[in-house]
Design a protein around this ligand. Structure first.
Ligand code: MSP
Length: 516
């Protein structure tokens, strides 16, 4: 059996429809899932929705519907968006699933049995946007939340607390002895700083204040704090503590947990503390990404500073989502913040995918039609792509340096374009130097084959289209990494040229309208 690879994303607050920032995270995770499958791993990919909490409760109330009705609608919107984005999750979890209630109860009971839960009176300031009691570090000079810019709500309640302080040293030790635990490592110091002033945390709210949540076992007047509820989703995702634990047995602990930088504290401190308390193995890697921002505010006028995937599809009349996937992955180093702008989007997609890759395919297939009877020609020459080239790309994928992988794959495509520009097969054909024509075209076709496979985690539809135009009748998702060197494109395979895999983007945003 191949090596298990348990991959998770954050679960998304069911407050509003997904935007390009959420899309960025799930695409990065999906690239990871697809690459790991290509590399032969047994991937289990979990994503889903975080549906409890005071914010959801208030939003639903304002709309005059029940919280459940409200989150059902939002969950559908996310599911549909992820389908459109070609996300290949194995399970879409919702914290309102009955199974999840059971898992959260079980984890609570474990922490309680350990003696890590106690009740105390609490006076603090709660930010609904963060779903968090703010510490001094989280507030500005006026006492407003640094992230949301609003005054937190003063709360005095009797709550249950978790003895987080009891785990401070263990977590510090974990971070210091496991360099892979937090990636990129540039994020480690901020967690170590936060750990310095860690306190015990309130892990419940009075039901009178928050009714939309999972009840505390044995105390109907309290509901479990959303972050304890939310983090437990990763356990529910593999049916921990439920009747059939076989998935848990196969996949636990998580191999990679993809999260944004804003929720690192919960995942690097609360989450391991919960797991250590429950005596469960810890995740191997928290993979922390940056934020995508809109560089040009005029872009978002019509949508109120929020840009959705569908907005982009319409703005550029895209035939599929691959340009969005490619742009988000290729234009931003993992872990860094990225900017979205229409101009950069158009430039990058036209340069890399339409001109460089798309044209290479078109011109090569056109020449094969003229010079090699529409078939893959036979040759004895060596491939233009070396094993070193492929190893370097593999290393980038393994280290989550997806933008670097894109650069290198496009470098292979450049080699193909150069082989044609320098070799001038049309001249050679006129001079009846057919062996040389065959050698060039064969090598370029094989580069296109490799580029299609290598890009398939990032641009699955585009890759499948190239694959078919190269004459394959299989699904490219079936390709495995060793195929790159071991299964060159077969001689005499009949090519199947179609329309351009990616028409140049011409549209320009002018207010809500388009031209082009
Ligand atoms: N529900 C919590 C997470 C619980 S995980 C046990 C939450 N939800 S969220 O909807 O606010 O954010 C979900 C993920 O989207 C987070 O990882 C967050 O960093 C990410 N992003 C939200 N806005 C983003 C951008 N603008 N850019 C990139 N990612 C962003 O937090």
């Amino acid at each position: 059996m191949s090596t298990p690879f348990y991959l998770t994303t954050a679960i998304y607050y069911a407050n509003a429809a997904p935007h390009i920032g959420h899309a960025y995270e799930i695409i990065a995770a999906d690239v990871t899932a697809r690459y790991q499958r290509l590399a032969g791993k047994n991937v289990y990919f979990l994503t889903g929705m975080d549906e409890h909490g005071v914010k959801v409760q208030k939003t639903a109330e304002a709309q005059g519907i029940s919280p459940k009705q409200f989150v059902d609608g939002i969950a559908e919107t996310f599911k549909t968006a992820w389908q459109q984005l070609q996300v290949t999750e194995n399970r879409f979890i919702r914290t309102t699933d009955a199974q999840h209630y059971e898992v959260v109860k079980n984890i609570w009971l474990k922490l309680q049995a350990k003696g890590d839960i106690y009740k105390a009176r609490y006076e603090a300031q709660y930010c609904k946007g963060c779903e968090l009691f703010l510490t001094e570090r989280d507030k500005d000079a006026e006492g407003k939340c640094l992230i949301h810019g609003v005054m937190p709500e003063a709360v005095t309640e009797e709550n249950y607390f978790f003895k987080l302080t009891a785990y401070k040293d263990k977590i510090k030790n974990l971070i210091q002895t496991h360099p892979d635990f937090i990636q990129p490592q540039s994020r480690v110091q901020e967690v170590l700083n936060q750990l310095e002033d860690v306190t015990d945390i309130s892990i419940s709210r009075a039901k009178s204040a928050v009714s939309w949540g999972i009840p505390v076992p044995g105390d109907d007047d309290q509901v479990i704090y959303v972050w304890i509820d939310a983090l437990s989703n990763y356990l529910t995702g593999v049916n921990w503590s439920l009747a059939d634990e076989s998935q848990y047995q196969t996949f636990w602990p998580p191999t990679v947990q993809v999260i944004g930088k804003d929720i690192l504290r919960f995942h690097a401190i609360y989450w391991p503390a919960m797991l250590i308390a429950a005596e469960l193995p810890l995740p191997k890697t928290l993979l922390v990404h940056g934020f995508i921002r809109l560089a040009d505010n005029k872009l978002s006028k019509s949508t109120g500073n929020i840009l959705g995937v569908q907005d982009l599809m319409e703005r550029f009349e895209l035939i599929n989502v691959d340009p969005i996937r490619y742009y988000l992955i290729a234009s931003c180093g993992f872990g860094q913040d990225g900017n979205y702008s229409d101009d950069e989007f158009k430039l990058k997609i036209n340069a890399d995918l339409a001109n460089n890759l798309g044209n290479l395919l078109n011109r090569t297939l056109t020449m094969c039609k003229k010079y090699t009877q529409g078939q893959v020609p036979q040759t004895t020459t060596q491939s233009l792509v070396s094993v070193d080239d492929l190893n370097a790309i593999q290393t980038d994928f393994e280290q989550f340096q997806y933008n670097e992988a894109c650069n290198k794959i496009l470098g292979l495509v450049d080699k193909g374009n150069k082989a044609i520009n320098d070799g001038e097969p049309w001249k050679l054909f006129g001079q009846e130097r057919f062996d040389e024509v065959n050698a060039i075209l064969y090598n370029v076709l094989d580069i296109l084959r490799q580029a299609a496979i290598l890009l398939s985690p990032i641009t699955p539809l585009l890759s499948q289209n190239i694959w078919q135009q190269l004459g394959y009748t299989t699904e490219i998702t079936q390709a495995q990494w060793p195929d790159l060197t071991q299964k060159p494109i077969p001689f005499q395979q009949i090519l199947n040229p179609g329309s351009p895999v990616l028409p140049r983007l011409e549209s320009e945003i002018v207010g809500a309208g388009k031209k082009g």
